[in-house]
Design a protein around this ligand. Structure first.
Ligand SMILES: *Cc1c(COP(=O)(O)O)cnc(C)c1O
Length: 350
């Protein structure tokens, strides 16, 4: 560390992204990207926009906000687009946590990093033994609630009615629902934002819309909340969504068939993968995401992860006490998952 680094930042433990390898890779099942390319329409709009990159992007994201409002069924002043959903999560920590933050102990690893970066005190609430969330834990507590729904890396899900239980329990406390994986079989809580001004729903184009590399995310909530997020955005980077990402985003929202077909393919392959893994001696948590969280009855997660790696297959292993037995395996294409199951079979026989 440089001696010029602010001592209050020197203790930060930054987020560890999944590996993005450059060589000898057969299968990348470690960061929950889509195995499918972005919609052809999204690609075309992005290409057309490339010739206008000499101009700044539209800070209001007008075209995208209009299309997003229509697709998600909200008003144009109830949605904000950002540079990935990580950015709007960061804004949310900055804007809305004067009384601290509270989230499950097992969840998206970035929450804790944002909290630390902005020096926000946070409470981690242990999940139950079966990795489910106990709603009671969030009733009568203070601090802004952050819940990934479905949760990562478990894949488990709360219904909108369960979300509503937390939201309605205290109208003076904000609840943030991160729906990065909602399109793979869950029901969105977006409609609840009409009824409750203390609910913010966050989404991303990185998973179900195959645009992780474009960095596009959004938040939906009461217009007063969105106005505050815009205050942070305009105090930081008004051009946070670039021209090509914005254009591609409009294309991705217009191409509803492509989106729906891909989500259905992932769900079908998830069912196939779950069954294949169970036959091979794995316990697989029921997932409503584009990954499964699974442990083998004999072989530790770390060993399996290393053996897969030797074969050029990447999955995610979390080396913490409650998660160490498990692997988080992204659902790729059907062909990829058949290759993956073949590799696992070889490892178990070898
Ligand atoms: C992938 C993921 C994100 C980040 O998405 P980006 O839009 O790529 O920044 C946020 N939350 C959860 C739970 C995720 O899994």
């Amino acid at each position: 560390m440089s001696r010029f680094f602010d001592p209050k930042l020197s203790a930060l433990t930054p987020y560890t992204p999944g590996e993005q390898p450059k060589d000898r890779l057969l299968l990348k099942l470690n960061t929950n990207e889509s195995p499918f390319p972005p919609s052809p329409l999204a690609q075309r709009y992005a290409r057309e926009e490339a010739g206008r990159l000499e101009l700044y992007s539209d800070p209001c994201c007008t075209a995208l906000v209009k299309k997003g409002a229509e697709v998600f069924g909200v008003e144009e002043d109830e949605i904000i687009f950002t540079n990935g959903s990580d950015e709007v999560l960061d804004f949310t920590f900055q804007a809305f946590c004067p009384k601290g933050a509270i989230f499950p102990d097992i969840t998206y690893g970035f929450y804790k990093v944002f909290a630390a970066l902005h020096q926000i005190p946070f409470t981690e609430v242990p999940l139950k033994e079966d990795f489910t969330i106990d709603l009671q834990d969030y009733l009568g507590t203070s601090g802004t609630v952050f819940i990934a729904n479905p949760n990562a890396p478990t894949g488990l899900y709360l219904t909108p009615a369960q979300v509503e239980t937390i939201v309605s329990s205290d109208p003076d406390r904000l609840v943030v629902i991160d729906e990065a994986y909602i399109d793979f079989g869950g029901e969105t809580s977006i409609p609840l934002t009409k009824k409750y001004d203390n609910l913010l729903v966050i989404g991303t184009f990185s998973k179900s819309r195959s645009m992780a590399g474009a960095r596009l995310g959004f938040a939906i909530g009461n217009k007063a909340l969105i106005r505050c997020l815009n205050t942070i955005k305009y105090s930081f980077n008004p051009y946070n969504v670039d021209r090509m990402a914005m254009a591609a985003g409009v294309g991705a929202l217009e191409d509803k068939d492509y989106f729906r077909t891909n989500c259905e393919k992932i769900m079908a392959t998830r069912a196939w993968t779950t069954e294949a893994l169970e036959k091979l001696g794995f316990t697989v948590l029921p997932s409503l995401t584009n990954f499964v969280f699974a442990k083998h009855d004999r072989i530790p997660g770390k060993t399996l992860c290393a053996k897969l790696r030797e074969q050029g297959i990447l999955v995610r292993h979390f080396d913490t006490p409650r998660l160490t037995d498990y692997l988080r395996i992204t659902i790729g294409s059907q062909e990829q998952m058949e290759a993956f199951a073949g590799a696992i079979t070889n490892i178990l026989e070898g």
